[in-house]
Design a protein around this ligand. Structure first.
Ligand code: ATP
Ligand code: MG
Length: 254
C-alpha cells in the first residue's frame, strides 16, 4: 500500500561519534498530508536542515522510518525538489538556462521546455531577464530564478531551506507572496519550509511544527487556520496573524 504525503516515525540522528557525538534529532514522529504547506520552525542548530537533508536523501537515515509517497528518501528522486537559502544557480548559465538545467532532466522536447520556462519567468516577474546571468541579477532576482527552477519540475514534494533568509524585508514579502502563488498553482504539492522566522511560518503555512533546541524534538504542532488566498503584507495587519505569532513565540520560549 502506498502512503501519500510524508511519514516520519521514531527518527533519531547523530553526527560524529563517542566524545564528539552531536545528537541532532530525537524521536521525530510526523505525518504530513499530500498538498499541505508545513513550516518547520526552530532556533539555529535545532536540526531543521538535518531533517530536510534526510527527507531529500542527502543525509542517509540512521534509524527510524521515513517515506515520501510511500517510498524511502533517495538523493535525486524525481518527485522531490529542494531549494536553499542562497541560490545554487549555475553562474555560467542564464536565468532561462538555469531553469532548463532542471527541466531537461525530465522533458526531452526543447519546445515544450522553452514554453514552460517562459511561463515560469513571467510568473516570477523576470521575463525581461531571460538571458541574464546570475552575476547580473540581484540576490532577490536570483532567488526568484531558484524558485522558478524549484517549481519547474512540478514535483509533488518541495523542500525549502530558509529560501528568503538572505533577503531584505521588502523583497522577502514579495517572494513570500510569489511562493504562495506558485504553490497554489501547483495543486497537490506538499511544501516543507524550514524557517526561523515566526511571521513567515504563520503567513505561509497551513501548519507550523515547532522544534525544540538540540536535540531537535517536536515541541508543538500548530494549525494555522488563516483564510486563503493570503497576502503577506495584509496579514501583517491582521489580529489573527499576530495572535498566532505570539502563541508561537511562547512555544519557542517554553
Ligand atoms: N555534517 C555535519 N557534521 C557534524 N555535525 C553536524 C553536521 N550538520 C549539522 N551538524 C550539527 O547538527 C546540529 C543540527 O544542525 P542543523 O544544520 O540541522 O541545524 P538547523 O536547525 O538547520 O540550524 P540553522 O537554523 O542554523 O540552519 C548542529 O548542532 C550542527 O552542529
Ligand atoms: Mg539550517
Amino acid at each position: 500500500m502506498t502512503t501519500a504525503g510524508i511519514r516520519v516515525a521514531s527518527l533519531n540522528h547523530s553526527y560524529g561519534s563517542d566524545a564528539h557525538k552531536v545528537h541532532a534529532l530525537s524521536d521525530i514522529d510526523l505525518a504530513i498530508d499530500q498538498g499541505q504547506f508545513v513550516a518547520l520552525l526552530g532556533s539555529s542548530g535545532c536540526g531543521k536542515t538535518t531533517l530536510l537533508d534526510i527527507l531529500s536523501g542527502l543525509t542517509p537515515m540512521q534509524n527510524g522510518q521515513v517515506t515520501l509517497a510511500g517510498s524511502h528518501p533517495e538523493a535525486g528522486r524525481q518527485d522531490v525538489a529542494r531549494m536553499f537559502s542562497r541560490d545554487a544557480l549555475l553562474p555560467w548559465r542564464s536565468a532561462a538556462g538555469n531553469i532548463d538545467f532542471a527541466l531537461a532532466t525530465r522533458e526531452p522536447d526543447p519546445d515544450i521546455r522553452r514554453a514552460r520556462i517562459d511561463e515560469l519567468l513571467v510568473s516570477v516577474g523576470l521575463e525581461q531577464f531571460r538571458d541574464a546571468y546570475p552575476s547580473q541579477l540581484s540576490q532577490g532576482m536570483r532567488q526568484r530564478v531558484a524558485l522558478a527552477r524549484t517549481f519547474s519540475l512540478r514535483s509533488p514534494f518541495v523542500l525549502l531551506d530558509e529560501p528568503f533568509g538572505a533577503l531584505d524585508a521588502l523583497t522577502k514579502i514579495t517572494l513570500q507572496n510569489l511562493l504562495i502563488e506558485l504553490w497554489s498553482g501547483a495543486s497537490g504539492t506538499t511544501v516543507v519550509l524550514v524557517t526561523h522566522d515566526i511571521g513567515e511560518a504563520v503567513a505561509l503555512a497551513d501548519r507550523v511544527i515547532v522544534m525544540s533546541a538540540r536535540p531537535g524534538r517536536i515541541a508543538a504542532d500548530i494549525t494555522v487556520g488563516l483564510e486563503r488566498p493570503r497576502d503577506v503584507r495584509q496579514l501583517q495587519e491582521s489580529r489573527d496573524y499576530h495572535e498566532l505569532v505570539s502563541q508561537l513565540w511562547h512555544e519557542l520560549d517554553s
